[in-house]
Design a protein around this ligand. Structure first.
Ligand code: ATP
Ligand code: MG
Length: 441
């Protein structure tokens, strides 16, 4: 009740007119701007509407970083925006916005909107169920999450418009929620994950008032719709600073599934290696497959279950398969990993025991598997975490690139798999020759 009362008063506590910073007062350089975004802003302004670059892009520019994408906010409605562009599509059912396509770029243009804060707009935990009412620019600023995400940049005048003190927070490297933190986290618990992710990614300090409620409100994470939870989890793992982000998520216990997965030193070691690899790849501009990353996070659970199954005298192959099933059922569900990823995850896992089978034609067949490369990278992480011998990943490194003779030589040196370490190769029926069973030479 009190929370709602405060939210209703909230707009009055902030200025209805922005503080305007001119070019010398901020460090956004014109050459860092995206041509397509500029064209879209100009077209809207030319038609008599207000138009600004907004959100993450302004924040990143002010911090001297290259934005991932450029979003635009305007006082034009979707129906007014669409006819201004050759290829523009109104998308979204709940809140409609416009995607303007140019070349291979898509620019998101949204109409200023206000957050609804009346009784019907939230569920019993205070979570906002809708945010689909057009509003003023001041209201649009207020419904955003952090002050530094609520800055509007007009490329024509080179002004930054600030309703919430975001410019000062950027300068202080401070990440601060707009409005009363508990209410704002209750409205949308995903903001807790965003707080941790943005702080780690951008090297910002979470304002003490925004940090204080985190652990206490962590239980609200359970109410997030699965698809949204997965999207956010994926974003935080692919933020380029996954190691730090995951450490913070665990510190505030925002994702209980992380704690459940990483509850042994071996699991921690493996996750640390996987996250470090991910961060390193992203740093040099390489892509990371989310499926690969989730395969890594869930792997310690597979190993744990497989060993537990082996201890009940299950055979290696069924023990491993049952462990993969359990990991996908339990943990992938908790993290809301989509079905299409689960298939790839299982493929990467299924190939692992086959690396230990280095007799006859098996290594050649493994090389031909479409997921060989991902599975081999995965094997290297297992070797690095000392789950399998270093010798194994080194052997495969050589075998991949070797010529036919060198491969034969490598095969001759390959040790037999240790008993119990992997599913046994299926024993072939020996061919009958002249009515007798052939004995192998
Ligand atoms: P990123 O670098 O991850 O893209 P971002 O801040 O741009 O960070 P987006 O998801 O692209 O994140 O969101 C764009 C803008 O929409 C944000 O800057 C913020 O103003 C607003 N926003 C996003 N998520 C929320 C939320 N959960 N609550 C309120 N406002 C939000
Ligand atoms: Mg963004």
């Amino acid at each position: 009740m009190i929370g709602r009362f405060i939210t209703r008063l909230l707009p009055q506590r902030f200025k209805k007119t922005p503080r305007i910073y001119s070019a010398p007062q901020h460090n956004i350089r014109a050459d860092a701007l995206d041509e397509t975004a500029l064209t879209v802003v100009r077209r809207l302004q030319g038609a008599g509407f207000q138009a600004f670059i907004v959100g993450g892009a302004v924040r990143d520019l002010m911090l001297g970083r290259r934005p991932k994408d450029f979003d635009i906010a305007t006082d034009a409605t979707p129906e007014e925006i669409k006819p201004l562009f050759r290829r523009a599509f109104i998308i979204g059912r709940r809140f409609r916005l416009v995607h303007v396509h140019t070349g291979h770029d898509v620019i998101e243009v949204s109409t200023f909107r206000s957050a609804q804060t009346d009784e019907e707009a939230t569920d019993e935990h205070g979570r906002l169920l809708s945010d689909n009412v057009y509003g003023t620019q001041a209201e649009d600023a207020m419904r955003r999450d952090f002050t530094i995400n609520a800055l509007y940049f007009d490329p024509e005048t080179e002004e930054v418009w600030d309703y919430v003190g975001g410019v000062n927070d950027v300068r202080a490297y401070r990440l601060k929620l707009i409005g009363p933190p508990v209410t704002r986290y209750r409205e949308d618990p995903v903001r807790m994950l965003r707080a941790v992710r943005l702080a780690a990614k951008l090297g910002l300090t979470l304002a003490p008032t925004s940090e204080a409620p985190l652990t206490k409100l962590a239980a609200l994470m359970r109410n997030i719709p699965p698809a949204r939870l997965f999207e956010e989890t994926q974003k935080l793992l692919l933020s380029g600073n996954a190691q730090e982000t995951v450490a913070q998520v665990r510190r505030y216990q925002l994702l209980p599934s992380f704690d459940a997965l990483l509850n042994t030193p071996a699991a921690e070691r493996f996750a640390a290696i996987a996250l470090a690899h991910t961060d390193a790849r992203l740093k040099i501009g390489k892509t990371v497959s989310p499926a690969y990353l989730f395969a890594a996070l869930l792997w310690p659970a597979v190993i744990r279950d497989r060993d537990a199954n082996l201890a009940t005298n299950m055979k290696p192959a069924p023990a491993f398969i049952a462990a993969m099933d359990t990991a996908l059922e339990e943990h992938a569900k908790m993290l809301a990993v989509p079905r299409r990823f689960q298939g790839i995850i299982r493929e990467i896992w299924s190939l692992q025991p086959r690396f230990e089978q280095r007799q006859g034609q098996r290594p050649y067949r493994l090389l031909e598997q479409p997921r060989f490369r991902a599975a081999y990278d995965f094997l290297c992480m297992r070797a690095e975490s000392r789950e399998v011998p270093q010798e194994l990943s080194e052997w495969w490194e050589k075998f991949q690139d070797a010529d036919a003779d060198a491969r034969k030589a490598l095969l001759a040196t390959a040790p037999k798999p240790e008993a119990g370490s992997s599913p046994r190769p299926r024993r072939r029926r020996k061919k009958r020759q002249n009515g007798k069973i052939a004995t192998s030479a």
